[in-house]
Design a protein around this ligand. Structure first.
Ligand code: NAG
Ligand code: NAG
Ligand code: NAG
Ligand code: NAG
Ligand code: NAG
Length: 446
């Protein structure tokens, strides 16, 4: 049975979100950590601008040395990395990432940086110029994949911000079973091929905001199990989209709030499953601009390979204040498709104007989904089945501001990427929730 809960993450959407959400992020400041101890990688053998010096061991030693409280410092400069680093069971650590880490050669392992079983963690750039250069094109141009960039597993009370992650040979950031975390002020830029997910999230109390992504797969993706996730001021500048899924057996996703999504050739609301079980409840997509996309607003219960679940409960999903255009009008702009095994009720499509610049009409299609708006049938009884397709020929009136310099074609595969600055705007007219740091020392200490 569904029981109603007051969830501060979702609740905060309807208020003015101007400060950190309560209870999210590291409880100890980076300056307090630096006051306790500084582990500067230069003191552990890192040599700047020397491609024969693998910074991996120095970074590992610095992380280990500060694992029970302190600030690890990667000073501004160029560092070459050829081995992975893993931080486990740390408490009260900050990683001030002001230099640029260049992937150097094939790196064995799953991802360059792993953080596991840790709490009170802050990974950030004090200069807002810290970066990882993955040189993914060296693999992706040949249809291969290399190492992922970063994975947090079972990390609580953390934040990640202020960096550029460029051209990953595979995924960028995975947050696996993490709690009370904030991810913001990031730019992720890479090649447009599959399996280059930018940010995949599952866990509890996660706030992702002020992020720009260019890649070839998920932009910011919520996976199961997840609850209390807030995603706002997201600029998918040629990307997959702000998706949910794919959901499988015993899925559990609830209380997800999206706000201010700007999609340039990306999909703001795409939920995917096939043969799932469990539930997806209480999700709102509020205030969306679409400039091209293929599955703009889609619940798709027929996506991908079928799992063994006996049906997904989809309950209380709201799409509101959406405006924009699809890419080529080859698909319905609104697709709300549940299988006969799913129970999809209380779906609301309200103030959604999605149009096309190729053609005189758009279509909406609904199947076994119940609620109000678009082509949804009201009511809803398990066992009922229907499919409706509507053709809409009245052009909606609305305005959709554009971001300056939207990417108009994907990046070429054949060359390395310039590392971009972290943007200061991620949604037209919206000011990022936190401003960029400009520290000149480790921990900003005098
Ligand atoms: C998660 O990390 C904490 C330490 O922060 C540890 O006590 C706990 O056992 C870990 N849980 C799992 C499932 O790994
Ligand atoms: C994290 O904790 C779990 C549970 O104690 C353990 O199985 C796992 O090996 C730990 N991970 C690391 C990297 O130490
Ligand atoms: C529906 O979901 C919204 C969040 O999107 C939540 O605020 C509301 O309480 C939920 N309503 C019910 C009846 O569960
Ligand atoms: C419904 O579930 C049954 C098994 O529980 C499965 O065989 C069937 O393919 C499912 N139907 C659809 C439309 O997914
Ligand atoms: C979108 O991506 C393109 C290509 O990287 C870039 O030139 C442009 O500045 C980006 N737009 C914004 C507003 O950041």
């Amino acid at each position: 049975m569904y029981s109603s809960q007051i969830i501060y993450v979702v609740w905060a959407i309807s208020t003015t979100v101007s400060a950190q959400l309560p209870g999210i992020g590291p409880p100890t400041s980076y300056s307090d950590k630096a006051n306790a101890k500084i582990c500067d990688i230069s003191d552990y053998g890192a040599v700047e601008s020397d491609s024969t010096n693998d910074v991996g061991p120095a970074l590992q030693d610095a992380l280990d040395d500060c694992a029970s409280g302190g600030l690890v410092y990667i000073p501004p400069g160029n560092y070459y990395i050829s081995t992975t680093v893993t931080l486990s069971s740390a408490t009260g650590i900050a990683l001030q990432h002001d230099g640029i880490l260049y992937r150097n050669g094939d790196i064995d392992g799953d991802q360059i940086l792993t953080m596991e079983n840790s709490s009170d963690v802050e990974w950030f750039s004090g200069t807002s110029s810290g970066a990882i250069q993955g040189y993914g094109y060296e693999y992706l141009a040949d249809g291969n994949y290399g190492i992922r960039l970063a994975r947090f597993v079972n990390v609580t009370d953390f934040s990640i911000y202020g960096m550029a992650w460029v051209d990953s040979p595979s995924y960028y950031l995975v947050l696996d079973t993490c709690t009370n975390g904030e991810v913001y002020n990031l730019i992720i830029r890479g090649i447009s091929v599959a399996a280059t997910d930018a940010i995949d999230v599952w866990g509890e109390n996660i706030w992702v905001h002020d992020v720009e992504v260019t890649n070839g797969d998920e932009c910011v993706c919520v996976k199961s199990p997840a609850t209390n996730v807030q995603i706002e001021n997201i600029y998918c500048n040629w990307s997959g989209g702000t998706t949910i899924g794919s959901l499988g057996v015993d899925a559990s996703v609830s209380n997800v709030a999206y706000h201010n999504l700007y999609m340039n050739q990306a999909d703001a609301g795409f939920v995917k499953w096939n043969g799932a079980s469990g539930s997806l409840r209480n999700v709102i997509w509020d205030t969306v601009i679409q400039h091209g996309g293929s599955y703009l607003l889609s619940l798709d219960g027929f996506w991908g390979d079928q799992s063994d679940g006996d049906g997904l409960e989809v309950y209380n999903l709201t799409f509101t204040n959406w405006h924009g255009l699809d890419s080529d009008n080859s698909r319905p702009t609104i697709r709300l498709l549940c299988s006969a095994n799913d129970t999809c009720t209380h779906i609301v499509v309200d103030d959604v104007a999605l149009w096309t610049d190729s053609g005189d009409d758009v279509t909406w299609t609904c199947e076994n989904a119940y609620g109000s708006g678009a082509c949804l049938e009201s009511g809803g009884h398990a066992g009922d089945s229907y499919t409706t397709t509507s053709t809409i020929s009245a052009t909606p009136a609305y305005s959709t501001p554009t971001m300056a310099n939207d990417l108009s074609t994907p990046f070429p595969f054949t060359q390395s990427f310039t590392i971009p600055p972290v943007p200061t705007s991620f949604y037209p007219g919206a000011t990022p929730i936190s401003s960029l740091l400009a520290l000149t020392t480790a921990g900003g200490l005098a």
